[in-house]
Design a protein around this ligand. Sequence first.
Ligand code: PMP
Length: 425
Amino acid sequence: MVRTNSRDRELRARAEAVIPGGMYGHQSTALLPDDYPQFFQRGEGAHLWDVDGRRYLDLMCAYGPNLFGYANPEIDAAYVRQLGAGDTLTGPTELMVELAEALTGMVSHADWAIFCKNGTDATSMALSVSRAHTKRRVVVRAKGAYHGAAAWCTPRPAGVIDTDRAHQIFYDYNDVASLEAAVAQAGDDLACIFAAPFRHDAFVDQAEPDPAYARRARQLCDERGALLVVDEVRAGFRLVRDCSWTRLGVQPDLSTWGKCVANGHALSVLLGSDKARTAAASVYATGSFWYQAAPMAAALETLRLIRETDYLERITALGERLRAGLDERSRAAGFGLRQTGPVTLPLFLFDDDPDLRKGFCFASAMLERGVYVHPWHNMFLCAAMTEADIEAALDAAEGAFAELKRQAGGLPPVEKLSFLTAGAR
Ligand code: PMP
């Protein structure tokens, strides 16, 4: 098949001149195979069209925000209706109260909500509220876990100074002894423990949370008067219609949400329990766009669909089908493919692939066959996907494994990821 990507190439060349590095963040050219498009034209349901008009089944779902399909008619109609009435006004509309009521009604630990825009706003505010509540400084968090791109938590060192990182102690996810050691080191200065719903770090296998670790985190916070924060920004509402640690019998004091809460419209949330209410009220939380009404209208409709439809059961069944089908096909082709994490947020990594050359080759071969996958980041299922989409992905995978087999002996190293294999992981 001859692939034309001339529009993408042209835009990349223009971007080189006016956008630092040509692209920033998670789509930066250094992180994905060269043939991955950088620019897109549109999205509908589970599909995405690149700027050259090629259509993909999108297993990235915008890195999470797409839960009910791109351009979901019900959600977007609510958004557009509110746009007509008013979006960024001098203050919020009544939708803010309605949305806070809806979320506190759905998330067991939550008694209040503060709305913001990005996940990083919510996680940074969780840290401030914890410090305001405890009058202490230290955050204990898991090594390698992503909580956003602010100076206190960005995974890259550029532009960060020592004091941005002060008062942080790291533990290994799921490792009770290392959590206890980090808490002991924090002494009487512990403000909070941060945890992801499960280990969903990039480049490594995902891991379910060990209930003993989750319970111990709760207990340590209670013993020390510190707050427990669960960062649901990525996994929220793809595991359960509540905070995900509810399944482990553990309730946090604060939880952070973003990405899918308004199905792609800009909204994130910090939820908290009464314990932290006074502290939350004391923190100066605001932004020019934080009261926007249209994303709140979209969120109310998204939450209605979360409550009233079987989306979660459907995406779970689709995820199970995808996992089983890929297992079969990778085994038949003779590859060890590790599929880890919840089936609604799958990650695939190949055995014996330290520099991800197999992963990159497989991803490119999937892209060529119309399926957008990620070689080292977890993916996302959405409710617009159908059984036929999963079958199409499995057919593509069969071809992609065959292509990988053809190329396996002579795959070049992925030079651009050498910063990872050099130990920066
Ligand atoms: N926490 C987690 C777990 C995330 O996955 C992300 C985004 N990938 C963030 C926080 C930051 O969210 P945002 O990019 O919206 O600032």
